[in-house]
Ligand binder design. Structure first.
Ligand SMILES: N[C@@H](CCC(=O)N[C@@H](CS)C(=O)NCC(=O)O)C(=O)O
Length: 214
């Protein structure tokens, strides 16, 4: 039974808790980070020298970095389901996870931090505009991809949907310009039908508004 450290309002923690719930995996959740603190404790640093959440300890197997955790959990507890055993099938999912981490999430997090988390008087408006445009381009690309499939890796939910899907609640929930992306909206509606998504991702995030301290 894994132990999972991380505050529930943390974007990267939400990915992991969502997947754990999809796997119906018994686990113990320990609040850490943000107002809970604890990331500089020696015991926590011994697990993750970066002092960041999420972290899991699964019977002595410690994993940090949210996508490494997703892969580990899906491989260990979701083989044949969320974790495709065929390398080609798995690659069709993993490329969307890696694209999200390297591209979509980077631009969206810059936007979320620059716009939502930064107090209005300190905002860098040109940066916000550039990131808004880049996110629009990413969501248009996702929209074209989703035009003829229900989920990112095909016609069923897989771990490919978890990282990019986690951006949706915040992207559609903040007051920024967005393109018309009907296929992304339909995918978001499908994800929102999943109890695990509603529990872990569709959570109020107003504690983060105008807040730069964690
Ligand atoms: N690339 C890492 C990023 C980890 C990260 O930056 N986590 C944030 C929360 S999303 C954190 O630990 N922030 C400090 C805090 O919550 O106090 C991952 O994907 O796990």
């Amino acid at each position: 039974m894994p132990d999972v450290w991380g505050r529930r309002s943390a974007f990267n923690v939400q990915k992991v808790l969502w997947l754990i719930d999809e796997l119906a995996l018994p686990h113990r959740h320990i609040d850490a980070g943000g107002s809970f603190g604890g990331l500089d404790d020696p015991a926590f640093r011994a697990m993750n020298p970066h002092g960041r959440v999420p972290v899991i300890d699964d019977g002595g197997v410690v994993v940090w970095e949210s996508h490494s955790i997703l892969r580990y959990l899906a491989a260990r507890y979701g083989a044949g389901g969320l974790w495709a055993e065929d390398p080609a099938e798995r690659a069709a999912a993993e490329r969307w996870m890696d694209w999200t981490l390297a591209t979509l999430q980077r631009d969206f997090m810059d936007l979320f931090w620059g716009f939502y988390r930064t107090p209005a008087e300190q905002r860098d408006r040109p940066m916000i505009e550039r990131r808004t445009e880049r996110c629009a381009a990413h969501f248009r690309l996702l929209d074209a991809h989703l035009a003829d499939r229900a989920y990112l890796a095909g016609d069923r939910f897989t771990m490919a949907d978890v990282p990019a899907g986690t951006t949706l609640y915040r992207y559609f929930g903040i007051d920024i310009a967005r393109p018309d992306v009907p296929h992304v909206t339909a995918w978001y509606t499908r994800l929102a039908e999943r109890p695990a998504y509603r529990t872990h991702v569709m959570r109020p995030f107003d504690e983060l508004h105008g807040r730069l301290d964690y």
